[in-house]
Design a protein around this ligand. Structure first.
Ligand code: ZN
Ligand code: MN
Length: 481
């Protein structure tokens, strides 16, 4: 018994360009059905597609980030098949000359390289919604730009699968080419999976599993197919090569169709789009405009800021957080304090989590200043937290909030003494107690003082003022006698 699972992935990523790939229609997810359509993306005869240059830019970024070779010349192809979600009867894609080939993605935890066979550009199809007897078609998605990333069958189990998806998503996030919302379909993953009996040399056909719209779904579908295929091998059962779908509710894969022969697509070069030359200069420019990628950044963060793996993992999950952190550190060199505050105080105030960093009212520079105020002992942590909450709403600088809202520590002796006297006057019974149990009463007044000043009174100063006011009361008391 020596069974090996072999997994390859095909990942479709919707690109967040302003317009669609071959026409000027808006590329936006939140539109009414069939709002963003025109004769071109509806596939009317006689319309001419025009390739959106941004799609090439975005695709190139992905190809370079995945260390692919980029051809000097490329072109688009027609892939023919008939389906209502594809009104032209063919999809414009890339077959023989994809934008990138022979790339790779390294998995740190598994210590393994997953080869990327190809990345190509193509158009998305319309969306079909089945309601009982009828099917409704929304063409907004028709012509939305996609890149398809195809891996070699280098993934051997569900742990590697999850690490790959996580790493890929992390990488793509740093390129800012997609919103990567798996549940909304902007990142879709198809699984190619088979199981090999290494002792006998027999293997099952490769099954394609579609409709995986979450990491969890991908994981469950893998485990389900792994079991189904292994059982077939054990029982010498012949299985047909199939395209299957993941049924989220039933938690099983179901046959969609017997796998069609890829020759049936009748590929040929799209004659209405000019071939595309990709110059060395364009590649260099694209490279220069790319952020430092997550793997490199993680390693640098560990060394340069001496941060634990856990912190580094969170700080580099998303490019906005990584940039925010580094800009704050430039203002106040206290990497660990800044990291802690981002992970605890700051994140707990944000409902969107890490994604919220993209349009945060709080500027990293101001966050750095706030950290410096605490680092230098100007304000206690409690005040820092209150200022942070204020900035997140108003976007004002910490100095201004400190000054205008009177949040800073109270240092004026007279002001403190005045506050303390008021305190004693408003709790006469407690004051009476003082002569019997001084320790306990002092603690009571200390607590009241801190509460009344919202933490702005420093304990030593408060205690000194209390002692002074109490001794004054004591002498008044002896005078009365
Ligand atoms: Zn259109
Ligand atoms: Mn595709």
């Amino acid at each position: 018994m020596n069974y090996q699972t072999v997994i390859g992935l095909e990942i479709h990523v919707e690109l967040t360009t302003k317009s669609k790939i071959f026409c000027g229609c808006k590329n936006e997810a939140k539109a009414k059905p069939n709002e963003n359509i025109c004769p071109t993306c509806m596939g009317y005869p006689g319309t001419l597609p025009r390739l959106n240059e941004k799609v090439v830019d975005y695709g190139l970024k992905a190809a370079l980030a995945l260390e692919c070779q980029v051809p000097k010349n490329t072109h688009m192809d027609r892939k023919h098949y008939f389906y209502p979600d594809l009104p032209k009867g063919y999809q414009i894609t890339q077959a023989t000359k994809p934008l990138g080939i022979n790339g790779k993605l390294y998995l740190e935890k598994a210590d393994k390289i997953v080869r990327i066979q190809r990345i190509h550009m193509e158009e998305d199809t319309a969306k079909m919604m089945h309601r009982g007897e009828t099917t409704e078609i929304d063409y907004n998605r028709s012509g939305v730009p996609l890149i398809e990333i195809v891996t070699a069958p280098d993934i051997s189990n569900e742990v590697e699968l999850l690490e790959f998806l996580d790493e890929l998503k992390n990488l793509l996030a740093f390129l800012e080419i997609s919103d990567l919302k798996m549940e909304e379909g902007s990142l879709r993953c198809d699984l190619n999976i088979n199981v090999v009996d290494k002792e006998r040399g027999s293997k099952t056909p490769v099954m394609e599993v579609k409709n995986l719209n979450s990491f969890k779904g991908a994981l469950k579908a893998t485990l389900y197919e792994e079991k189904r295929l292994t059982e077939a091998l054990v029982n010498n059962k012949e299985l047909p090569k199939e395209t299957r779908g993941w049924d989220q509710k039933k938690e099983k894969t179901l046959s969609l169709r017997k796998k069609e022969d890829s020759q049936g697509y009748q590929y040929f070069i799209e004659p209405e789009i000019l071939p595309l030359a990709i110059s060395q200069r364009k590649i260099q420019n694209t490279h220069n405009r790319m952020r430092e990628l997550p793997q490199k950044r993680r390693n640098r963060f560990k060394k340069q800021y001496d941060l634990p793996d856990y912190d580094v993992g969170i700080l580099t999950k998303n490019p906005y957080v990584a940039d925010f952190f580094e800009q704050a550190v430039l203002v106040c060199y206290a990497p660990k304090r800044i990291s802690n505050w981002i992970m605890t105080q700051l994140l707990s105030e944000m409902d969107q989590g890490l994604d919220g960093f993209k349009d945060l009212a709080l500027k990293p520079k101001d966050f750095g200043k706030l950290m410096a105020m605490m680092e230098e002992g100007e304000i206690p942590k409690k005040i820092g937290e209150r200022i942070l909450r204020e900035i997140l709403i108003s976007g004002e600088s910490p100095e201004k909030i400190l000054k205008n809202r009177k949040l800073g520590p109270i240092t004026d002796e007279k002001e403190i003494l005045g506050m303390v006297k008021d305190l004693l006057a408003s709790h006469p019974e407690a004051l009476e107690d003082y002569w019997i149990k001084p320790e306990k009463t002092l603690r009571f007044f200390m607590g009241k003082g801190m509460e009344k000043s919202s933490g702005r009174l420093e304990p030593e100063r408060l205690k000194a003022a209390l002692m002074e006011a109490l001794s004054e009361k004591n002498s008044e008391r002896s005078d009365e006698k």
